[in-house]
Write a protein that binds this ligand. Structure first.
Ligand code: ADP
Length: 445
């Protein structure tokens, strides 16, 4: 087992990993930018190393600075969290070369799944359905026009390096194609340093349903059921739940088997998520795989009573899985609380939290790095907390969430709490009528 783990991340996920390490008797090293000096992950880790100025490119994305911090502190493993370097095969390889265990898949596995257009080919090889599209990167506007004509408009342009909904454009007709391709390319270049684009048929009213999987060193892969992440804004998840209100035992069996098939085809090791879109007839299509822990992992933990970060550390230390798949026994929901103004087009709202009261009670979990007096820096993602409720039924989990949200007091900055309270009361949401189009018609009062 590892003796000391460096967490190459910040915010709530850094704290989340530190907590599990403590429970496993593993020492921890936090790394931080100067903007995060006062952050809780720095205070709660056994050691902390400053790795640079606020800009991510000079700190949380700086491979030499992070490797140096691991060497100085003698860490024998690095947990990358999510975002930043978590799906960077070069980082995974450099860790390997320095004999530091990267707590994620090998560079080769990341390469087969990390870029989305290659991941689609990997899924096709495993005979899992994908959405009709370009089957590879777009080479010219002319070629893009030809493919769009064949698969029929509307089509979706997607960045192969994409994430967080960036570099994506819906195209309704041929006239729009060239300008939208150019602007998506530009956005992708700025965000990911890679402007490779591919195309898919745009599904008009799908649900986003993903499967949590875990694989060990010995080729065993199992799934831990699904998460429904259909409540999104600009292709970014706002609320997640498990089980999906749209799921049936037959569909879970089929999708779970498909997810395992994909992971097995690359002998996947570690925890990961296979994402699908599901249409109204319950046809499902692979869209991408995330080769890391996800933001929404706690809902899975709550319904199957399982610490996923612990599992991740265990499989990377060589522990064997039983091969058993897990079914949700309870219902859990997560609301992402962002420092954004929901009444002002969800504009980011960094600043100092002057007063804070966190809710509690049975079945309520809040994962956050914030505290009264904490200043949300303007440099990073605007998510400041995740609130998770768990109960026997979906209805109870929603009611509990509504109650817990009403107790959550954050003063000094604007947050998305008022939005979540209204969503929990919404009739369509309560009925489970949620597709990725839900937010297009949702009006905040
Ligand atoms: P990212 O990596 O940027 O999050 P994804 O490929 O995971 O991108 O897609 C994010 C979201 O965009 C999906 O959950 C879904 O709502 C929407 N989306 C992606 N592909 C399609 C598609 N072909 N048709 C309709 N919606 C799509």
């Amino acid at each position: 087992m590892f003796k000391k783990i460096l967490i190459a991340n910040r915010g709530e996920i850094a704290l989340r990993v530190i907590r599990t390490c403590k429970e496993m008797g593993i020492s921890t090293v936090a790394v931080y930018s100067t903007a995060d000096k006062e952050s809780l992950h720095v205070r709660f880790a056994d050691e902390a190393v400053c790795i640079g100025p606020p800009q991510s490119s000079l700190s949380y994305l700086s491979i030499p600075n992070i490797i140096s911090a691991a060497e100085i502190t003698n860490a024998d493993a690095i947990h990358p969290g999510y975002g930043f370097l978590s799906e960077n095969s070069k980082f995974s390889k450099i860790c390997e070369e320095h004999e530091i265990k990267f707590l994620g898949p090998s560079p080769d596995m990341i390469d087969q799944m990390g870029d989305k257009s290659t991941a689609i080919k990997t899924a096709q090889k495993a005979k899992v359905p994908t959405i009709p599209g370009s089957n590879g990167l777009l080479e010219s506007v002319e070629q893009a026009k030809k493919i769009a004509k064949k698969i029929e408009y509307p089509v979706l342009l997607k960045a192969t390096a994409g994430g967080g909904g960036k570099g994506m454009r819906i195209v309704w007709n041929e006239e729009e194609l060239e300008p939208l391709l150019n602007s998506a390319k530009q956005e992708a270049r700025n965000a990911f340093g890679n402007d490779g684009m591919y195309m898919e048929k745009y599904l008009e009213n799908p649900r986003h349903i993903e499967f949590q999987i875990v694989g060990d060193k010995y080729g065993v892969v199992c799934h831990l059921s699904e998460r429904d992440c259909s409540i999104q804004r600009r292709h970014q998840k706002l609320v997640e739940e498990t089980p999906s209100p749209f799921m049936t035992p037959e569909l879970r069996k089929k999708m779970g088997e498909a997810a395992i098939k994909i992971a097995k085809s690359i002998r996947y090791e570690g925890i990961g998520t296979i994402e699908f879109l599901v249409d109204k007839n319950r046809n499902f299509y692979f869209i991408e795989m995330n080769t890391r822990i996800q933001v929404e992992h706690p809902i899975t933990e709550e319904v199957i009573n399982y610490d996923l970060v612990k599992e991740q550390i265990l499989v990377h230390s060589g522990v064997k899985l039983s091969g058993k798949n897990y079914e949700p026994k309870l219902h859990a929901i997560e609301c992402r609380i962002n420092a954004e103004d929901p009444y002002n087009d969800f504009r980011p709202c960094p600043g100092k939290i002057t007063a804070l009261h966190k809710p509690g009670g049975h079945g309520v979990r809040v994962d956050t790095h914030t505290y009264a007096g904490y200043t949300v820096p303007p440099f990073y993602d605007s998510m400041i907390a995740k609130m998770i409720t768990v109960a026997q039924t979906r209805e109870e989990a929603i009611t509990k969430m509504e109650r817990a949200l009403s107790e959550y007091i954050i003063e000094g900055i604007k947050t998305t709490i008022p939005f979540h309270i209204q969503l929990m009361k919404n009739e369509d949401f309560r009925k489970g009528n949620c597709t990725t189009k839900f937010m297009d018609t949702f009006k905040l009062k």
